[in-house]
Design a protein. Structure first.
Length: 100
């Protein structure tokens, strides 16, 4: 973690580990702030057949400027609370500091 990073972000060498709270079946796809030490993410996909996880991975890949193959779900596949690794992120999403 570097000074100023939100508590939901942790660096492990060149990999960024993100603690997430996922809200499936939301009205839109968005990074929705930080609450209880987790980045809140809303996705329109239902939590059926891994659809919500795949939508979350696509959203994170776009937000952090990486290919979807560089975003890995480490924990929480069947839960709302998740841990995700992003290998060598190209950028931090605009305003992520403001989300905290």
């Amino acid at each position: 973690m570097t000074p100023g990073d939100p508590p939901c972000l942790r660096w492990d060498d060149e990999t960024l580990v993100v603690e997430i709270r996922l809200q499936p079946r939301a009205s839109d796809d968005a990074l929705a702030g930080i609450s209880n030490g987790r980045l809140r993410i809303r996705v329109t996909a239902p939590p059926v057949g891994n659809a919500a996880n795949q939508k979350m991975i696509a959203l994170l890949a776009k937000a952090f400027g990486v290919a979807k193959s560089r975003v890995r779900l480490l924990a929480g596949a069947g839960n709302r609370d998740k841990r995700v690794a992003i290998e060598r992120p190209g950028k931090l999403p605009e305003g992520i500091q403001a989300l905290s």
